[in-house]
Design a binder for this molecule. Sequence first.
Ligand code: ZN
Length: 189
Amino acid sequence: MSERASRDVLRDLETSRMSWGEVREILRQEKTPDRFAEYHAALAEATPFGDDVLLRLGEYLYVVREADGTHTVRCGECSHAFGDPRVNWKLSARVRIRRTLEEFMEIYHYEEVCPEPGIAEVREYLCPGCFTLLSVECVPIGYPPVFEFLPDLASVYEDILGQSAPADEDGKWVFEDRTLQAVQKWGTA
Ligand SMILES: [Zn+2]
């Protein structure tokens, strides 16, 4: 497969313009050593961020390299910035919560498959900039927002790209979940 054709395939894969049969064929293929470079080129073409896009976190969310060298989670539809990828982006999203049977029935349609009111809730996370639905989770009431993807950027840069890892404010990039630290700052702000 030529580089151009390979990139087109990856772009169609990224933008969900591919049948399950085609996806299955790709999964079975031997991976080429430059697959990440092809993936990155496809992302750069398919998003408004160009070469600054680094990873895809979800259907509409991306990790983007900023001009100052830091990394931010951004919406691919409106570029809204959610902040440090080590902080769960859901803390910065708009949330619609469904808790009653009537609210559940609007999306499940059959009572037999609805979550149990009073036990579980459905949270719909929306982009504050363009109100695109970014993620949905059904969890027990009071459960913390699920952190779906904590990217290890140092490994991406060092092990995959062969480049030095991005610098943090104190010089070294630390791979850790900083969601709790962000929540603790709410109490002191
Ligand atoms: Zn948006």
